[in-house]
Design a protein around this ligand. Sequence first.
Ligand code: HEC
Length: 209
Amino acid sequence: MAFSAAPKSLSAILWAAFALAAAPASVRGLDYIQDILPIFKANCWNCHSNEKEAKGGLALDDFEALAQGQIGPVGLVRPGEPDRSELLARLKLDDKEDDFMPRRGKALRNSEISKIEQWIADGAVLDAENLTEAERNRAEEAMLAAARAGGEVYFQWTNPEGKAIEAKFAGLDGDSVKLLTRERRGYVVPLEKLDEKSAALARKLGEAP
Ligand code: HEC
């Protein structure tokens, strides 16, 4: 991928080109209430809800207990670490194994398991509309890690005039950031052509994790 060199009057060209295609919503990861709870309601409810019964001390509708540790660095769900999350591990077991979940049920679909995996990788937040500070940090860390690893993470970049584009971070090059749009167009944008927040984001992404 060749990056076009930024012309001196880059802001005019670049931002005008993207003003039309400006991305509306900010980038949002998966969250528990909207994306994951429906899967659990359909498969785990009889045994893991305060509504019915909470076997093994796990009520998937007890958001407080989830927030207070079942989702956490030593919990059943470890934010940012799907491979170390027991809840996910149990879903992936062979259904003949004792620890397999849903017990006596049918394995979740691969698409559902991947969704849960992605949710954990995204920082395992409960409600994206209502993030606690800890969740906000987790989600941000997860996003930064995914972006540094070259994942499909599109950030909103804003210039000092307030115009925004959505693009992937593709590296720092001295005092410029390389951005890659969904259309696979690459740009080298001097940090001084970005607003403070976007410039700070670029620097953060450029740091070693
Ligand atoms: C028919 C009842 C039943 C269903 C349905 C069921 N479970 Fe369980 N689950 C249990 C029992 C009983 C235990 C406690 C014994 C054990 O840990 O294996 C348990 C334990 C667990 C644990 C470990 C809890 C801990 O603190 O160690 C997790 C995680 C879990 N289940 C997740 C799920 C998920 C997710 C689903 C739905 C996809 C599900 N289970 C469906 C009966 C069920």
